[in-house]
Write a protein that binds this ligand. Sequence first.
Ligand SMILES: [Zn+2]
Length: 422
Amino acid sequence: MLPQWSWLLFLLALAASTIMFEERALPTVPAGSGVHLSPTEKARQYFRAEEIDRGRAYAGGRYILVSLRLAVTLGLFALLTFTTLAARIRDLSVSVAGGRVWLTIAVFGLLLGLLYSAANFPLSLYGSFLREHAFGLSTQTFRSWIWDYAKHALISTGMMLPLLIVLYALIRWNPHRWYLPAWLVIVAVMALMTELAPILIDPLFHTFRPVQDPALVERIRTLTDRAGLRTGSILEVDASRRTKKTNAYFTGLGGTRRVVLYDTLITTSTPEEVELVLAHELGHWRRHHIWKGIALGAASTLAALWLIARLLNVAAGSGRFGFIHPADVVSLPLMLLAFVALNVVTMPIQVGISRVFEREADLESLRLTGNPEAFIASEVKLARANLADIHPPKAIVWLMYTHPPVLERIAMAEAYSTKEIR
Ligand SMILES: [Zn+2]
């Protein structure tokens, strides 16, 4: 048996080499290509001053909201970890469950979930309902929003509680090696959810139908043929019932893979622009980004579980956190605290990888369509509709941007049209 740390090193090396390979496989936009303009001048080439201000106002608040949500979540788990609150919730769970171990864990998990929702609800209400209305982006009634919220809560509870019961059964089985089978279970659930969510979960929130406009369907077919892809479905979703924002995404695995276009995208864009957005999604498909995402997720989950398993044993040994065995459910807040903290610390790596994938998909879309003008037009339109921050601070991009900022994406199309990249 290899020592535990060698697994971690192996997986980290694998992840690092994937990133390096991706970076090399990708032509970067030459520095100072094209006209020499400052970012502000560059922004003014495509956007009006009030659009830039409005984008910054909207996005600026979102940066604060994301940070606040993290602070509240970390604060809650820290409070539970470093006080006797978790032990009291455990005692309550034991008496409710009548001593049955699996039920104690389920009740504890449920109470923790309720606390989490209560702590984060004001931010959710403000961030995803009140503020969206204040900026004129939402078309959703409060009733519909709260119903969505309740459904999300029910679905995540229904999925998390069985996983939690299995997790603690594995910790009881082997307090040192539980992370290996737990990892297998989590990866299997992750892959299964990627496959099933488009047909089981998504229809609970939205209505999907094949793209209707026959001329657009014809264009789409030509494009997917040119891409050499056996396509799954190309669907439109009734996003306009909730928002004025526009988007498209690529989801599913195997038989459930599909490209979904917002109806708001189809009604506000020219066929050439829709084609560009679709070509970007096909680019993800061509570069196997879903599989790569699952592989990277699996590798980092194993590393995180290994670290958390070590941490739990050290914490149990110290006796300072209200539990002396890792399988005592009082250890859950510490586990969650470590997990969220690891997520925060590795966020720049995660979003950095995502930006590499997005750049690849952008380049594929340019190669597929050979139409940089429509690329730029659709980027400008998306940025306007979604109130994008036209010129976000570099540090914010590094910390939280899953996509390259709009001016960078436009620069790629400009470099493509002058044949600096192909
Ligand atoms: Zn993308």
